[in-house]
Design a protein around this ligand. Structure first.
Ligand SMILES: Cc1cc2nc3c(=O)[nH]c(=O)nc-3n(C[C@H](O)[C@H](O)[C@H](O)COP(=O)(O)OP(=O)(O)OC[C@H]3O[C@@H](n4cnc5c(N)ncnc54)[C@H](O)[C@@H]3O)c2cc1C
Length: 523
């Protein structure tokens, strides 16, 4: 199907793309302003949000303080965090948890009725709120989805796959989305004065990932193709302990297990993290993930040993992980869990300011698809759901203040569509091989060749162009960053430069970096 718009829908108020925690929370915060929430799959059930297992970080304990939370975030970020943004997020965190409590989120409590707080890697205090052990993502998503469904100002439209932003006179004025399949596919132009992308991450562009298959970086690609500035795309976090049972996506053994004292061992039962970092298994994610990756590429097998730390309470405290292990015949109470690193979280994204504004008028971004400067080169565990909440509230406040002005919106030409396909296997494998835990110039150049070939084969189809734009931005920024920092490791540039600089680039810059690989992306 090409070039025909079947329907034009005028949205009163704002249009949110994405039904994860970031999109739903933003919509709720916008109420009673009218909001249309579009999502490809079921709101609150699809996307990474529903899969989150660890929890949400907030300095709420009497012996904790937002300053300590901010300091831990900055330490994890390897020199690239925006200190003002980190401070803002750490300060706002307890208020956003209070909002979730108001919406009905059933956080775990202690016997005295206070909220139970867990500890995770690289947090100096216990500050992770959670639900039913490891079910926080599913429970909070379901709570927000139910609340959004019951809110009269929110119109939830599921089953729409967005493929392109509509741009008129330099302003984002809506988006094109397809619905239906085969001969019944229809292309709808949704027009709105404020478009808010909450489309999540890009893990599914990698062959081994913990992310659901809809996390394909499409929102990022759409924004980049519309000329928006992209920040830090080279920083992709790998979760150290995906459960290695050959499933796609790979189920996760939450970091909280290491917080409880679980250890990493090789096939001989030998711990290896104690020789690598003073915090051993609780070292920053990139260090743990790279150590496991090197064990595996060195011919070893790696296991997470929870037998002593969690033991027979496993099923009760970590029901999701327990079920995943059981599906592969592993009893984690009595057997070590086989693990391997997997693409998990994108620190980079569409560049945003403190109000969630992108560099394009009319376009706001929130959640994992945004790059706010909170995470720097490496995300601190449980800060991502928090970022979606804090920026959701801020985007809502900003959009509410701005929507008074009338805007002229001519109808742009329709994009080219083809039947929706999963990301090409060739691309996913090349991303894992060349833009994974270890990178070098020759591999990244090979990856750029693969991206060009995949793009060419797509004949200009819009959804594929979003995916290849995102992959190109990751590869080009990784090529341009000639140092190792945080989650980005270059075998040919292992040193860290004294002065850290964030990456800011457009798709056009990424294309130029591709043509002149020794040039750095413009700061
Ligand atoms: C297994 C796992 C465990 C995690 N555990 C934690 C944790 O404990 N704590 C924490 O802070 N973070 C955790 N994370 C990260 C966190 O879950 C995500 O960063 C966060 O949920 C992102 O929320 P979001 O709303 O931005 O995106 P998502 O929840 O991914 O939602 C994206 C939405 O956009 C929609 N969408 C995307 N593209 C399109 C399109 N083209 N058209 C229409 N709709 C589209 C999707 O259908 C979905 O509704 C975890 C991630 C995973 C994968």
């Amino acid at each position: 199907m090409t070039g025909r718009i079947d329907n034009i829908v005028e949205c009163d108020g704002a249009l949110v793309l994405g039904g994860g925690i970031a999109g739903l929370f933003t919509a709720l915060k916008l109420a009673p302003m009218p909001v249309t929430v579009l999502t490809g799959a079921r709101a609150g059930a699809a996307g990474s949000s529903a899969w989150a297992q660890g929890g949400i970080a907030a300095a709420m304990a009497p012996d904790d303080d937002w300053r300590a939370h901010a300091a831990d975030t900055i330490a994890a970020g390897a020199g690239l965090c925006d200190a003002a943004i980190v401070e803002m997020v750490a300060r706002d965190a307890p208020d956003r948890i209070a909002d979730l409590l108001d919406y009905g989120a059933p956080f775990d409590r202690k016997a005295d009725g206070s909220i139970a707080l867990g500890r995770e890697a690289a947090h100096s205090k216990a500050r992770i709120v959670h639900v039913k052990g490891d079910r926080d993502g599913a429970e909070i998503s379901a709570t927000l989805a139910a609340r959004a469904t019951a809110t009269p100002s929110i119109r939830l439209l599921e089953g729409y796959h967005a493929v392109e932003l509509a741009v008129a006179d330099g302003r984002v004025t809506g988006l094109f989305a397809r619905c239906g399949s085969g001969a019944g596919t229809r292309l709808v132009l949704f027009r709105a004065r404020a478009v808010i992308l909450a489309t999540g991450g890009l893990g599914a562009l990698y062959a081994v990932t913990t992310n659901p298959l809809e996390a394909r970086g499409e929102g990022l690609g759409m924004a980049a193709r519309a000329g928006a500035m992209i920040a830090d795309p080279e920083f992709v976090q790998f979760h150290p302990t995906a459960i290695d049972i050959g499933r796609d996506p790979a189920p996760l053994a939450t970091e909280a297990l290491r917080g409880e004292g679980a250890t990493l061992i090789d096939e001989n039962g030998k711990r290896f993290m104690t020789a690598i970092h003073a915090d051993a298994e609780l070292a920053p994610r990139d260090i743990v993930a790279r150590a496991i990756h090197r064990q595996i590429t060195g011919g070893h097998k790696v296991f997470l040993d929870c037998r002593t730390a969690v033991g027979l309470t496993f099923a009760q405290h970590f029901p999701t992980v327990f079920a995943s292990c059981q599906s592969a015949g592993v009893d984690p109470a009595t057997q070590p869990i086989p693990v391997a690193p997997a693409a998990h979280y994108h620190m980079g994204g569409i560049a945003s300011d403190a109000r969630g504004r992108s560099s394009r008028d009319g376009l706001w971004v929130v959640g994992e698809c945004a790059a706010t400067g909170l995470h720097g080169a490496n995300r601190l565990a449980s800060n991502s759901l928090l970022e979606g909440l804090v920026f959701g509230a801020r985007v809502a406040e900003d959009v509410r203040g701005l929507l008074a002005a009338g805007i002229d919106r001519p109808v742009p030409p329709a994009p080219l569509l083809a039947a929706l396909q999963p990301p090409p296997r060739l691309l996913r494998e090349a991303m894992s091989r060349h833009a994974g835990l270890e990178r070098d110039a020759s591999g990244l150049m090979q990856l750029l060749d693969v991206i060009a070939r995949v793009e060419q084969a797509g004949n200009g189809e819009a959804a594929l162009l979003n995916i290849t734009a995102t992959a190109r931005l990751v590869a080009a920024a990784a090529l341009a960053r000639q140092e190792s920092r945080g989650s980005h490791w270059r075998n040919d540039f292992p040193a860290t430069e004294a002065q850290g600089q964030r990456t800011l680039l457009t798709l056009a810059t990424a294309q130029a970096v591709t043509q002149h690989p020794t040039r750095r992306a413009a700061p």
